[in-house]
Design a protein around this ligand. Structure first.
Ligand code: AP5
Length: 211
């Protein structure tokens, strides 16, 4: 496999962003992330698509899914430009999974499995460096440089109330997608509750085995 086409699934806070950055650099593939793409276009006017709200921000701030039409277009464009990729944040419901099947084949489908209590703890403690985009955690992975620590920001949807809604939306919409890949016999489950380096060892080995 020259450049693998990897799909990484998991609940909010399961570590998809953390592991996807490593996959992108180790296997020299594009990191295609709908969350980052939508955050960069939060104020985009989507009213012409006959959506409930006029911008992605209104959906994201409440922990709801942005309409499929918006997200499908983002992923379609990104995947056409990439030979290999790690896809993070999509598909999030069965309709998006059907769209993805039309867009591309996949070499590896990974699921990072983490329990709900740990997910809430990870998300409410997550902080981002706005200058480098690096992901930290106040307890598990704090920055060593005090200058970096001073400029850390919390994501707007990482408050406890929004996190609970994101997890509800995940259970209702995205778990069926994971079940679908599981039933097809293509799902590779990784224990996401281990330390980040241990998760990475399993993720890397799983992708290499699929080569
Ligand atoms: P998105 O940005 O995709 O968020 P998410 O899926 O909720 O996932 P997160 O980014 O919160 O978590 P992660 O799994 O990447 O964890 P991370 O590595 O950061 O989506 C945001 C919103 O955009 C959605 O709510 C929706 O509105 C919209 N959207 C996006 N895609 C969409 C789609 N397809 N359709 C419709 N709407 C869409 O890690 C979390 C924390 O834990 C960090 O602090 C990290 O340091 C720490 N950590 C990571 N791994 C470990 C470990 N092994 N041990 C201890 N700590 C760890």
């Amino acid at each position: 496999m020259a450049q693998p086409r990897v799909l990484i699934l998991g609940a909010p806070g399961a570590g998809k962003g953390t592991q996807s950055s490593k996959i992108a650099s180790e296997f020299d593939v594009e990191h295609v992330t709908t969350g980052d793409a939508l955050r960069a276009n939060k104020e985009m006017d989507i009213s012409e698509m006959d959506t409930e709200y006029d911008t992605p921000r209104e959906y994201m701030d409440q922990g709801e899914l942005v309409p499929d039409e918006v997200v499908n277009a983002i992923v379609d464009e990104a995947l056409t430009q990439a030979d290999g990729f790690v896809l993070d944040g999509y598909p999030r419901n069965p309709e998006q999974a059907e769209e993805l099947e039309e867009m591309t084949d996949l070499d590896v489908v990974l699921s990072l499995d983490v329990g709900e209590e740990e997910l809430v703890h990870r998300l409410t403690g997550r902080r981002l460096d706005p200058e480098t985009g690096e992901i930290y955690h106040l307890e598990y992975n704090p920055p060593e440089d005090p200058e970096v620590e001073d400029r850390l920001e919390q994501r707007e949807d990482d408050t406890e109330e929004t996190v609970k809604e994101r997890l509800r939306v995940y259970r209702e919409n995205t778990e069926p997608v994971i079940d679908h890949y599981d039933e097809q016999g293509v799902l590779e489950r990784v224990d996401g509750e281990q330390a980040p380096d241990e998760v990475w060892e399993d993720v890397k080995a799983t992708i290499e085995d699929a080569a």
